[in-house]
Design a binder for this molecule. Sequence first.
Ligand code: 13P
Length: 253
Amino acid sequence: MSRRPIIAGNWKLNKTHSEARQFLLKLRNGIAGIDNPPEVLICPPSVVLETAVDATREGGIAIGAQNVYWESAGAFTGEISTEMLESLGVSHVLIGHSERRALFGESDEDVNRKLLKVLSGTLTPVVCVGEVLAEREAGKTEHVVVEQVKNALLGVAHEHARRIVLAYEPVWAIGTGLSATPDQANTVHGLIRRSVGAIFGDAVADELRVLYGGSVNPDNTAGLMAESDVDGVLVGGASLDAGAFAGIIRAAV
Ligand code: 13P
């Protein structure tokens, strides 16, 4: 099964309107002419989404949100709906990033509600899972990741399962400079693929793209991407520099 890779950048709480525009123009030039390019996705802060969609109209770069709410409208101060994102031309959305879970109290149940809402519309969800260091050291990685995946997918209709992208982001590797090794990543990715296969069958599992995130840079991308179950990367810090991010895209092909 050949799965088209996804190289995604998560800007987190970074970049103003003009910085975003400059970055995207530079990235567009930086990746022009790549043969057989992967899917390239940038997830800027929500206030910059419209600018980002506008700056990428020529294609080649998809724009995703970093978060979304599970209600369509109402008295939910500060939240953003799937309908709002769709109306801007946003195509993807991250769900359950570890920073949302750790800093903003998002539970597996919240992640599941968000996923079900996203799947009722047209956005492509990128569902993030991953263990913290204490869980890895206690030998609980497998259990934690499988539970997060299963809980996220509760009640997902079979016909929607093919749209889901998963991202394995071990929390100990995020922003630390200490990436998982290609072998560590591939082991967990295989586990995620089998968990999805156990719910939705082999055909869905074969098509599922599982991204790795956590201290990805231009130098470690090729090694990660060489693994059989690594279908792309989700990049934080190194996605803030257009040159470095273009380097990651080039290293991935
Ligand atoms: P870093 O690439 O900075 O480790 O961040 C990874 C991440 O959280 C992407 O969502």
